[in-house]
Design a protein around this ligand. Structure first.
Ligand code: HPA
Ligand code: ZN
Length: 345
């Protein structure tokens, strides 16, 4: 079995994907036309050519601009459904998906519009493709904490449809401690808690996210390597890192994939996972991310199966659902070792 088929057949969870970051240029044009919005580009090729980013902020500027084409419930539905169909083709069986309410509420688009669109797509995908999906409401850390609290209040009618809350956007200078109050409210409401930390920001933000926000997973966390005490803690407490290797190269967190910290941290015993982040902007979905680290860091099939197992373990699925998917991973690994294709063909 070739490597791409092996990775595709491994049941996987995508635990770090921003639905707004799955907006492909083709859909951007389609929605712009549908909604009478003028784009600053003339063609899909021109959009793709603009996706050269100096750093996280340069990306975010273009990402928020792109999201402006999302207006109606149908737009949010189509965006979510397209991501889920694409993810499923890569063997994603569980997706825990970020969305950024403030990007939409700031334009006068309310919770019912995007939530109904997302939820309708998710219900369809669960029936059609058997993919399991959870939504993580992500607060924008470049906006003031009182806005995050207002967003939390506005989410009240949809609270029972949320899996968790997260924290994203411009990291440096916007430490996790600013968002203690809103994260406490979310924890008290029984939601899971994750946070982006240690992407461009220092390892201290990882500690801050764990200690002050109660984060159960760290999104990115690649800079944990700068502080051995942080790495030691991640290993001891088996705190998952949701890494996104293609994103890190596109945003110049690492100059080359060969320099990525994933393999070093994996070998030290950190619960590392591979995810897609903003796949429409960074040149690939989850399979591309697995294959990029396999090639760039010399991972073997055991490493790849371990990453898939970690993704299931690090998900917020029930213990029974995790056990079933882990068992399927064992079967795929066994059949691959025998040189046979898996039962699904
Ligand atoms: N980092 C921070 N904020 C984001 C990202 C990211 O990778 N993607 C979308 N918002
Ligand atoms: Zn992210």
């Amino acid at each position: 079995m070739d490597r791409a088929s092996f990775v595709r057949r491994l049941p996987k969870a995508d635990l770090h994907v921003h639905v707004e970051g799955s907006l492909e240029p083709e859909m951007m044009f389609e929605l712009a036309l549908r909604n009478g919005i003028q784009l600053p580009y003339d063609s899909v090729a021109e959009v793709r050519a603009a996706y050269e980013f100096r750093d996280l902020q340069a990306f975010l500027d273009i990402y928020y601009q792109g999201a402006a084409v999302l207006v109606t419930e149908a737009d949010f539905h189509d965006l979510m459904l397209a991501y889920l169909e694409r993810a499923r083709a890569d063997g994603v069986r569980r997706a825990e998906i970020f969305f950024d309410p403030q990007t939409h509420t700031a334009r006068g688009i309310g919770f019912p519009v995007f939530m109904h669109g997302f939820l309708r797509a998710i219900a369809e995908a669960e029936v059609r493709w058997g993919i399991s999906v959870g939504l993580i409401l992500s607060f924008l850390r470049h906006a003031p904490p009182h806005e995050a609290l207002a967003t939390w209040e506005a989410s009240a009618p949809f609270r029972d449809r949320l899996l968790g809350v997260g924290l994203d956007s411009s990291e440096v200078g916007n430490p996790p401690e600013l968002f203690v109050d809103v994260f406490r409210a979310a924890r008290e409401a029984g939601l899971h808690v994750v946070a982006h930390a240690g992407e461009e920001g220092p390892a201290a933000y990882i500690t801050g996210a764990l200690d002050t926000l109660g984060a159960e997973r760290i999104d990115h966390g690649v800079r944990s390597e700068d502080d051995p005490a942080v790495v030691e803690r991640l290993v001891r407490e088996q705190i998952p890192l949701t890494m996104c290797p293609l994103s890190n190269v596109k945003l110049k967190v690492f100059d080359r994939i060969e320099e990525h910290s994933l393999k070093r941290l994996l070998d030290l015993g950190v619960m590392v996972t591979v995810n897609s982040d903003d796949p429409a902007y960074f040149g690939g979905y989850i399979l591309d991310n697995y294959l990029a680290v396999a090639d760039g860091l010399g991972l073997d099939d055991d490493d790849l199966a371990r990453l898939a197992r970690n993704s299931i373990e690090a998900s917020f699925l029930s213990p029974d659902a995790k056990a079933a998917l882990l068992h399927e991973i064992d079967q795929v690994v066994e059949l691959a070792a025998q040189g046979q294709p898996s039962p699904e063909g």
